[in-house]
Design a protein around this ligand. Structure first.
Ligand code: ATP
Ligand code: MG
Length: 252
C-alpha cells in the first residue's frame, strides 16, 4: 500500500502484462476509493479488457501489484476463489444458463459459492431482481427475455454475491440501441447506491454523468486520467481529444 493512513478500495500499482512477446499493459497505476466509478476508455486492443481481467485474476500480470481493500490480490499465494466472491464481473454477452430461470440464475452463486440455503438465496435473488426492475420476470427463462433484461439479470447475478467491486466490460455493446438505456439506468442507480464500479464502455454520456474519473488507455498505457469534465472539455493530450471526439460521434 502506498501509505498507512488511507486504504483504497482498489489500488493498481505499476502493473504490466503481456501475451507472449506482446506487451499489453505497460506500467499501469490507478486507485479507486469506495463508491468511485472509474470509466476506462481507449481504442480496440489498448488493453481495457485485459486490465479488468487482471483485477479478478482471469489474466495473470507480469509485474506490479493489485490491492483490494488493502489486501494484495496478485501473486501465487492468493485464494482466487475468495477474491472472486468480492469482485463481480459483467461481460458484453450475458452468459446466463438457458435452462434456469432468471431467479435460479441469480441464486446459483449464493448457493454454490457462498453456501446459502435455498430460502436465503431466494430472498437475495428477489431483492436483486427488484433492484434491476425485473420482479415480474423472476420465473422467465433467458430465452423469454430481451437482451436488456438478460443483461439486467447478469448484473443482479453479480450483485447477489454482494461484491466490494463491480467490473463491467462493455455491458451494453451487444444490445440493440433501444435496450441500452435500461441497462445504463440500472448502472447509474447502482452508482447512486455507492457501489464501486470499474467500467469499460463507449457510452460517453454515461461516462460524463456518472464517472468520478476517466482513464484513457492507448497502447497499454494511461495517456490521460481525470474527471470527465477534464477529458471531454479541456484534455491535456491531443490523443485524448481526438479519441473522445471520434467515439462520441460514433455512438451518438
Ligand atoms: N487471450 C489472449 N491471448 C493473446 N493475446 C490476447 C489475448 N487477449 C487479448 N490479447 C491481445 O491483447 C491486446 C489487448 O486486448 P484487450 O482485449 O485487452 O483490448 P481492449 O482494449 O479490450 O479491446 P476492445 O476494445 O477491442 O475490446 C490485443 O492486442 C489483443 O489481441
Ligand atoms: Mg475489450
Amino acid at each position: 500500500m502506498s501509505d498507512n493512513e488511507h486504504t483504497y478500495l482498489l489500488e493498481v500499482d505499476r502493473v504490466s502484462q503481456s501475451y507472449g512477446t506482446e506487451k499489453v499493459l505497460r506500467d499501469i497505476s490507478f486507485e479507486m476509493d469506495r463508491g468511485d466509478v472509474t470509466v476506462l476508455v481507449g481504442p480496440s486492443g489498448s488493453g481495457k479488457s485485459t486490465m479488468l481481467r487482471c483485477v479478478n485474476r482471469l489474466t495473470e500480470i507480469d509485474s506490479g501489484n493489485i490491492y483490494l481493500d488493502g489486501e494484495r490480490i496478485t501473486g501465487p499465494d492468493v485464494d482466487v476463489n475468495e477474491l472472486r466472491k468480492e469482485v463481480g464481473m459483467v461481460f458484453q454477452d450475458f452468459n446466463l444458463f438457458a435452462h434456469l430461470t432468471a431467479r435460479q440464475n441469480i441464486m446459483l452463486g449464493p448457493r454454490r459459492v457462498l453456501g446459502l440455503d435455498k430460502e436465503e438465496a431466494g430472498k437475495r435473488a428477489d431483492e436483486h431482481l427488484e433492484m434491476v426492475g425485473l420482479t415480474p420476470q423472476a420465473d422467465s427463462y433467458p430465452g423469454e427475455l430481451s437482451g436488456g433484461q438478460q443483461q439486467r439479470v447478469g448484473i443482479a447475478r453479480a450483485l447477489a454475491m454482494e461484491p466490494k467491486l463491480m467490473l463491467f466490460d462493455e455491458p451494453t455493446s451487444a444490445l440493440d440501441p433501444e435496450l441500452i438505456g435500461e441497462v445504463l439506468e440500472v448502472m447509474r442507480d447502482l452508482a447512486d447506491r455507492g457501489m464501486t464500479m470499474l467500467v469499460v464502455t463507449h457510452e460517453m454520456s454515461f461516462a460524463r454523468e456518472v464517472a468520478s474519473e476517466m482513464l484513457f488507455l492507448d497502447g497499454g498505457k494511461i495517456v490521460e486520467r481525470g474527471p470527465p469534465e477534464q477529458l471531454f472539455d479541456r484534455p491535456e493530450e491531443d490523443r485524448t481529444a481526438s479519441f473522445l471526439r471520434r467515439i462520441t460521434e460514433m455512438h451518438s
